[in-house]
Structures are given as C-alpha cells and as structure tokens.
Ligand binder design. Sequence first.
Ligand code: NAP
Length: 222
Amino acid sequence: MQIGVIGAGAMARALGGRWAAAGHEIYFGARRTEAADELAAGVGYGARGGSIEEAARFGEVVLLAVPVDGLDAVLRATPEFAGRVLVDCTNAFEPDTAAPDGAAGFVLAEDAVAERIAATVPSAQVVKAFNLCAAEVWADDAREFEGSPLSVPLCGDDPDAVRVVAGLAEDLKLRPFLAGGLHRARYLEAASVLTVGLWFAGYDSRAMLPPLSAAFATRDQQ
Ligand SMILES: NC(=O)c1ccc[n+]([C@@H]2O[C@H](COP(=O)([O-])OP(=O)(O)OC[C@H]3O[C@@H](n4cnc5c(N)ncnc54)[C@H](OP(=O)(O)O)[C@@H]3O)[C@@H](O)[C@H]2O)c1
C-alpha cells in the first residue's frame, strides 16, 4: 500500500519505518524536505522523502505525525489530504501546572483533536490510532506482553478506513480492535494523557486494570 507519512520525527520514523520494513511504499513529507529525505534514506526499503504535499498526494493512507499545534496549518495548506484515510496518532499534551508534588503529569490542551481533523478535512476518513504508546514501543519489532500482542484501539466512522488501518496494525504484528466511532477518539486521547502521565510518574498504568477474564464487565441479562 502507498502510505504518506507527515512529519520526520519520532513517530514518523517508528511507524513509517516499520511499515516500510513490512513491504509498504512510504513517502515521508516534512516542512523541511531535507529532514524527510534524510529519514527516508535512513529507513531504506525504497522509502522516499519530500514535501508534505507530495506525501499527501502519494498516500492512499496518510499518517499525521506532527505536533497538534501544527496540525491546522498543515491541513489547511494541503488540499491533497482530501479523500484520504488520515491516521491521527497525535496527543495534545501540555504540562499539568496544578499537579501536586510527586504526581508529574500532563493535561490535554484540547479535548477532541481527531474530531477537529475530520471537521477541517471533511472529505477525509479519519481514524485515531497509535496514540497510546511511545514511539519506541511502535518502533520495536513485534511487541508481545504476557503472551499477547500489544492491542491497538481504533476509532473511526468509516468501516473501510478502519479496516485498512487495522490491517496496517496487523502488518506490525499488533492486535487492532474497534473502540468506536470518531466521536470516541476523544476517549483515546484522554486515556493517553492519563496513562502516560502515570508512567512518567513511575506508576505502571498497565497494572491498574484486570484482564478481561477478571473484569466483571458483562452485559446485564435482559
Ligand atoms: N513520540 C511519542 O512517543 C509519541 C507517542 C504517541 C503520540 N505522539 C504524537 O505524535 C505526534 C508526533 O510526535 P513526534 O514525537 O514524532 O514529534 P517529533 O519527534 O517532535 O517530530 C515532529 C515532526 O513534526 C514536524 N513539525 C513540527 N511542527 C510542525 C508544523 N507546524 N508544521 C509542519 N511540521 C511540523 C517537525 O518538523 P521540524 O523538524 O521542522 O520541527 C517534525 O518533523 C505528536 O502529535 C505527538 O503528540 C508521539
């Protein structure tokens, strides 16, 4: 599949690099085209680098891997995003200046980034994914913990777009699952700010939830 990757930083390298290794055609696009070229050369597998417009035009699927405060300018200046499947991995973290001592954390600068992306490019199909873990996690080869592949929740409204992004997660030996429509992407964004803040404070966010078999989360019988 042809994938455009916008940005030439940690997430672009992690996901774009692994998709390239998995056999996809990758075009990195950045505002400094030399950074995109350099990244493409480092990744190999025939990956190319160039402008944001070129990457957006190239990709059937386009990963947005830029800071949230840069999104609006990028989206508005790039008509090539129209009609694309846009994968939104962004997080609008900012420091929690009200955090008590010992509870390092972040808050969200914005509540619903994925929905804003969809409103800015209404013809695109936005899928929220890959925002819960650090770039280093995605960059690694297969990620398995306690015998199971790492799961990737996806939120999106278009079933075909969600299916495509699920396939891209599977190509990285991850386990995708549908977490709901795009209106629920804000919960993935909120989940991320909570869990990442806890990790930064030294708590094991993974340990605060029981496995499904012990979750007692069953539907009420009618
Ligand atoms: N890193 C993680 O572990 C992680 C995990 C989950 C989600 N995320 C999210 O993924 C996104 C990318 O994070 P990252 O860690 O890859 O960031 P990064 O390493 O700082 O790279 C950001 C990239 O975006 C470009 N950029 C910055 N501002 C821009 C603007 N206004 N217009 C166009 N391009 C711009 C940068 O270009 P320049 O070099 O020219 O500045 C750089 O290529 C963020 O939204 C972040 O919240 C990151």
